[in-house]
Design a binder for this molecule. Structure first.
Ligand SMILES: *Cc1c(COP(=O)(O)O)cnc(C)c1O
Length: 485
């Protein structure tokens, strides 16, 4: 790194930062905090002038890569642009300064917003009710599976297995395992879709659910979804929809109409709430009528135009998060939905699919395409054609970083060797897609002519090739002050 920590830059000759007086007027801290827990020494805070602080953080921000800087084709992550209108709505004082313990009568507007969002999301995915509490996609999966578990238990059925495709996102088997299920894998066929004969052989009275992503992680629509749904339901199991990426389907078709019983969404992907390091997530989960009684508590109800939180739900799996979910994300998602309108949402999905197919077509010949197109919102290519030169998907990714682009997702899904998973989203112009194509073509050319140069990239970024194994095995997560005596 080329920028030291603020602690390392600290100038001891400067006075320490002026902090407001600690505590509450008239309250003895020792009465609220155990004496042993009270700090005895002044904290060692960095001593810098205001311009130094400003420059330090501006330099750090400039090293960061974000969707505000350039294209971010990270497959399966839907890194679309997050409109500024969302931020304006979320920072309205009436939303931003609410306290989660405020009495219901004083937050009717916030509850109405949650109600409207729930109704909108139910309409978009075709389910009866939705819970807005889960804080991420994986959390939504876990919540959905707990409801399925409660449903089977309530009927006195012992169902211990969840079936997951070999192309599934890693959170699917992880969520199932965390709920105590045995994970059973179903194979993809040569076309990249769930193999029906293999599915039939895996389904049994022990099956609690099949988890499916559609379009799947290869960006392909599961055309036989109605047959899949019939097979799953015929053994009394439930069909779970991993809707983290709904970007190909909004306003075009609905998981509920395909036969899914439980659906989770990632507001931080499809519905433009900030993503990754940019903010907390939101993974609402929806259910059909027969699972409604198991929804997390409290549900939101409307009586005579008045909104109330209903805690009296004896069959509920219980609360899955403190308070009511990441409320600020709910404000942003509803803002996006209302700003776009039904036509705007379906246009966004059409454009996302068009962008992906345009890019896929332009890259044909440069990379391998193990599955036939057309694709939906994303596609998976393979860099296998470059391995004869000693070049791998990682090298392609690093070469893209060198050329100012974020790298696509690589080595996922696991069933494609040297996988390169690209998701352009609808918010990119043709010029950006063309520039990205040119960068890939240049890298593929370099792989043939000067592979060693490519293996040394990136050379112009704050960091070059990192030792990823050491970073994972021996992470240094805490700065310690130099020993003082
Ligand atoms: C992102 C993603 C998830 C997990 O979502 P998180 O919010 O990261 O927990 C699950 N499934 C698919 C297909 C995804 O792309």
């Amino acid at each position: 790194m080329t920028e030291p920590l603020s602690f390392e830059k600290s100038r001891e000759s400067l006075p320490g930062p002026r902090l407001p007086a600690a505590g509450l007027p008239g309250v003895d801290p020792a009465q609220v905090i155990p004496r042993a827990r009270l700090r005895r020494n002044r904290p060692h805070l960095p001593r810098l002038s205001e311009p130094e602080v400003m420059r330090h953080f501006t330099r750090l921000a400039a090293m960061n890569y974000s969707i505000s800087k350039n294209f971010y084709p990270l497959g399966s992550c839907t890194m679309k642009y997050n409109p500024v209108t969302n931020e304006v709505a979320a920072s309205l004082p009436g939303f931003a300064y609410l306290h989660p313990y405020q009495p219901e009568e004083t937050v009717q507007g916030a509850l109405e917003l949650m109600w409207d969002l729930e109704r909108a999301l139910c309409e978009i995915v075709g389910v009866d009710r939705m819970c807005l509490q889960p804080a991420a996609g994986a959390h939504g999966e876990w919540t959905g599976l707990r409801m399925i578990q409660a449903f089977h238990e309530d009927r006195g059925e012992d169902r211990s297995e969840v079936i997951v495709p070999d192309s599934a996102h890693g959170t699917n088997p992880a969520s199932a395992a965390l709920c105590g299920f045995k994970v059973v894998e179903v194979r993809s066929d040569a076309g990249g879709r769930v193999s029906l004969p293999d599915l039939e052989s895996k389904l049994s009275p022990r099956t609690a659910a099949l988890m499916l992503t559609n379009p799947n992680t290869l960006g392909l629509f599961e055309k036989e979804i109605l047959e899949v749904a019939d097979l799953v339901h015929s053994v009394g199991a439930k069909l779970y929809y991993d809707g983290a990426n709904l970007n190909a389907l909004m306003g075009i078709c609905r998981p509920g109409d395909m036969g899914f019983d439980v659906v989770h969404l990632n507001l931080h992907k499809t519905f433009t709430t900030p993503h990754g390091g940019g903010g907390p997530g939101a993974g609402p989960v929806g259910v059909m009528k027969d699972l409604e009684q198991f929804l997390p508590r409290p549900t939101l109800e409307r009586e005579n135009g008045h909104f109330k939180l209903d805690f009296e739900r004896p069959r509920s799996i219980g609360r899955v998060r403190s308070f009511y979910g990441n409320f600020g994300m709910l404000v942003r998602a509803l803002t996006y939905i209302l700003a776009m309108g039904a036509d705007g949402l379906s246009q966004a999905s059409e454009d996302a699919v068009l962008s992906a197919n345009y890019l896929r077509t332009r890259l044909e010949g440069a990379l391998e395409f193990p599955h036939d197109g057309p694709c939906k919102h994303e596609f998976v290519a393979s860099a296998r054609n470059l391995t004869a030169q000693g070049i791998h998907a990682t090298d392609l990714a690093k070469g893209l970083l060198e050329r100012g682009f974020y790298a696509p997702t690589i080595y996922f899904p696991l069933i494609v060797p040297e996988a390169v998973m690209v998701e352009p989203t609808e918010t990119e112009s043709k010029a950006t897609l063309d520039a990205f194509t040119e960068a890939v073509l240049e890298i593929v050319q370099l792989a043939q002519t000067d592979p060693e140069r490519l293996q040394a990239e990136p050379t112009s970024l704050p960091v070059g090739r990192l030792d990823e194994v050491a970073a994972a095995r021996h992470p240094v997560l805490r700065w310690r002050p130099p020993a003082q005596d």
